[in-house]
Design a protein around this ligand. Sequence first.
Ligand SMILES: *[C@@H]1O[C@H](CO)[C@@H](O)[C@H](O)[C@H]1NC(C)=O
Ligand SMILES: *[C@@H]1O[C@H](CO)[C@@H](O)[C@H](O)[C@H]1NC(C)=O
Length: 185
Amino acid sequence: MHVCVLLVSLYSAPLPTIDPCVNYTSLDQPWRATNYSTKSVLYCDNSVNWNGWYRLLYNGMNALMPESCVPINHCGTSAPLWITSAHPQVGDGVVSRAVCGNWNGNCCQFKPPSIQVKACVGNYYVYQFVKTGACDLAYCAGNNLLVITSVHLYIATYILTMHLFDKLCLDVQKPVIKPQIKGTV
Ligand SMILES: *[C@@H]1O[C@H](CO)[C@@H](O)[C@H](O)[C@H]1NC(C)=O
Ligand SMILES: *[C@@H]1O[C@H](CO)[C@@H](O)[C@H](O)[C@H]1NC(C)=O
């Protein structure tokens, strides 16, 4: 009886899905860069058969979607796509983010479907891109991750230094306290 119940619950458990941080397609297309401006060759992400998760790169370096409005005719398209709120943290898992396309003097003239985003260990993000519903719209790959990384590095170094400093201070204090206690006994 108990075995039967266990078997039934195992059978009905959902199939394990591979972490999108592992199962993704890399997109290293320099024309997606926020600083790439064009009016001649326009890409449209509505024409792409998106399937699963994507990691954005810029010349081999991790890139992330911009979190603020991008000028028109950038990212290799007419109306560049950006996300309207901040990227998640690693602990947040998969989150949904609204997408906007800048056009006609309105940073959110186009409102394509929301996308799923996940932060991965190793300082990169994966995005579940979908058809954008209109042309010419394209997801942007910010080429400013290097700046963010160096700020993070600076903060990490600062915290580490303060931590080591704290440890050193404690180590110095310990022997000082001991003789004092001995002296009072
Ligand atoms: C865009 O920025 C990158 C550095 O992040 C630079 O190497 C590249 O030349 C820039 N491209 C344009 C078109 O300005
Ligand atoms: C990896 O992602 C693709 C695209 O979504 C999907 O078809 C495939 O089943 C995934 N592979 C595994 C092992 O989960």
